[in-house]
Design a binder for this molecule. Structure first.
Ligand SMILES: Cc1ncc(C[n+]2csc(CCOP(=O)(O)OP(=O)(O)O)c2C)c(N)n1
Ligand SMILES: [Mg+2]
Length: 365
């Protein structure tokens, strides 16, 4: 007999992880120690802060464009989760491959795709990174190592096995010791392909970093309501895969964990499962307003998480080091707003696909 929702809840309750009361894994060094260990320069730290502001304003610009009717189809924003993709993808080296879910704008921006081309894709225009045929959920930029966002929940996870296999065995790639980054949401973890993929990745010792972006919800369904074991990282044990859990609101926690794992993976190919505990401040999709959200989460929870905004946390560290003040923040914020505005202007001016272009790149000639 199926367990009632209440029974499922209590079964998982003893293992509940709370990012507010626990430093993930208990191993994370304070920010200054990470900065010293990884030799992060003041310029790099300020660049990271600028990029975090850029992503935030890019997403807010997308949100406004959606409301102005410029975005065809779905739009899923990444606001609140910025430290995860940055902390992980700042370990990227040329030749690496990255996959994401449909919440993919930040990953593509961090890997260096042109913001105007990303926005044009979101608007469904010809100059988009997927020539306007993928939209927000299907950004793709082979030159930048971005193997795609995916609209099918968990659909990117089996693809990581193919990419990981190629990275390990292709002769021209082997010497570079490249890795595949596979970002996934908590909702992916109950899909069959997830389990088949992790099993194979471990069996064949493929260099894949699985990055779980556990933002507590899959649309309106909380982890407690959908997973019998809510300690999600521990589920990698089923495949004898090494794993850990970090505070996804703290850039330094994510970066430290990812750097150690990726450096090691480049020497000894094997997969790893990194759970980042994070939160999205916006609705599941841009069409979900506060009314929809109130059916599954309350304002107090949202406000609690906003106190741990990744921009506030990173900014606090930079201020304490004396490299950021109000005036500098204002200037950087303005620059981010201008970047997002220019991206939208480029997307606006870009043409829509012609009838001929519609069928190009769909099938192999
Ligand atoms: C196979 C499949 N089933 C259902 C959906 C509808 N759907 C879209 S997003 C989503 C929730 C996924 O949540 P999660 O993986 O936690 O990612 P998040 O939205 O939190 O980033 C669902 C069920 C889908 N796109 N694909
Ligand atoms: Mg989720």
């Amino acid at each position: 007999m199926a367990a009632s929702p209440a029974a499922v809840k209590s079964r998982g309750a003893s293992k509940k992880y709370d990012a507010h009361s626990a430093k993930a894994g208990g191993k994370h060094a304070p920010a200054d120690a990470v900065i010293k260990k990884l030799k992060l320069s003041d310029d790099e730290l300020l660049h990271t802060y600028q990029q975090m502001l850029d992503i935030r304003h890019f997403e807010e610009q997308c949100n406004r464009a959606f409301r102005a009717g410029k975005v065809g189809g779905y739009l899923h924003l990444y606001i609140g989760q910025e430290a995860v993709s940055q902390g992980v993808l700042h370990t990227y080296k040329p030749g690496d491959q990255a996959l994401s879910s449909y919440r993919d704008h930040a990953h593509c921006l961090i890997l260096g795709s042109d913001p105007g081309k990303i926005m044009a894709e979101i608007f469904g225009k010809s100059d988009g990174v997927s020539r306007g045929k993928g939209g927000s959920m299907h950004l793709f930029d082979r030159d930048k190592g971005f193997a795609g966002g995916y609209g099918i929940v968990g659909g990117n996870v089996p693809l990581s096995v193919g990419l990981g296999w190629a990275l390990k065995h292709k002769k021209d790639l082997k010497d570079n010791r490249n890795v595949c980054f596979c970002f996934l949401g908590d909702g992916s973890m109950n899909a069959g392909g997830f389990h088949e993929s992790l099993n194979m990745a471990q069996l064949y010792e493929l260099p894949i970093l699985y990055v779980l972006e556990n933002n507590k919800y899959a649309m309106g369904t909380s982890v407690e309501r959908s997973s019998a074991n809510t300690d999600l990282a521990s589920r990698a044990d089923s495949y004898a895969m090494a794993h850990s859990k970090v505070d996804g609101q703290d850039y330094f926690a994510v970066r430290e964990a990812a750097q150690e794992v990726v450096d090691n993976m480049r020497r000894h190919p094997a997969p790893y499962f990194l759970e980042t505990v994070t939160y999205r401040y916006v609705g599941h999709g841009a069409a979900d307003g506060p009314e929809t959200q109130s059916t599954y989460r309350n304002t107090e929870e949202l406000e609690e998480w906003k106190k741990r905004d990744p921009i506030l946390i990173l900014g606090g560290v930079l201020r304490a080091r004396g490299i950021l003040d109000d005036a500098k923040h204002e200037a950087m914020d303005k620059q981010a707003i201008e970047m997002a505005r220019q991206a939208a202007a480029f997307a606006d001016a870009s043409p829509v696909c012609t009838r001929e272009e519609l069928t190009q790149d769909v099938y192999v000639d």
